[in-house]
Design a protein around this ligand. Sequence first.
Ligand SMILES: [Zn+2]
Length: 353
Amino acid sequence: MAVRRRDGIHIEVPAGGGDGADGGGADGPGGAGRTFVADASSAVGDVNVVSHAHADHTFSRTPETVVCSAATAALVEARTGKSVPAYREGTDEVTLYPSGHVVGSRAALVEVDGRDRADGADRRYLYTGDFSVRDRLYLEGFDPVNADVLVMETTYGEPDYRFPAEDELQAAIRDWLADAPDRPLFLFGYSLGRAQKLQRLASQATNRRLVVHDAVRTVNDAVESATDLSFPAETLAADGGDPLAGDEVVVLPTHLSRTDWVTDLVERHDGLKAGFSGWAVDESFRYRGGYDVTFPLTDHCDFDELVATVRAVDPEVVYTHHGFDEAFADHLATRYGYDARPLLGDQTRLDDF
Ligand SMILES: [Zn+2]
């Protein structure tokens, strides 16, 4: 078999199971193998997994099989305007598990028949997608499952990235919201994920009017139609006069934090800007976003949670990608003796697993 990182993560299984002896991967002389592709912008696999609705999944051709949750299919459609081809929530070989990242997010366990292998044993590949093990507001954290090969995201795979316990973190955010001066509070987070959690925290902490940017409203609507969650908030008027009376809580997408119209609005009302991300443990995050205050509220694991996940999955091999992929693989190898390597772009790992 081979695990590759190209456009998405590719797991290639030769015909007859997991024996990679011919070294040819899925297209090798062994004949018709299968390729499982996860989170690619173009669906080129025999089975295509969409772990969650963050990436842009455009599907350049109609794939045979798309595996994702119903909520992810609904969110992708709402966000991109493109329809997800007939999807399934699992196959004989692929089982989805809630990954605790955002609404609808799933990790995928791929189980391959090992009949033709020397030892005859089946092989289990776990692809985490983006994940968090923490229970947070309306989301349950990822519960690791056992696998032989673990392909994991390592966004915060450095020891500097250790975040406070979730209850402490949420209490600190609520305290700040409750005690802030009577001026608009501008909260910045990704439209899908952080933005909904910020709305929840704001309505727990204060009775101020809650206003969201249109991009957040679109995601709210999609989440509401795909789940039994609700996010009551007004939509920020796009034009025609001043949209704020003066003491609202305004939730906006992170990428707007430095735009001119937001800067003008904040200045006009002498508002306060708050940024929410795991990167908030770096001082530079605050300056880059022009924030008055930041909190390390995240939808990813911190360093210790990544390590704990590996130990719970107990794999033979770990492939890391995103963020501190090399440093984290190195840590797993030297500290815990795992066979762990980063999946660098366009590199192929051929192994007999
Ligand atoms: Zn994500």
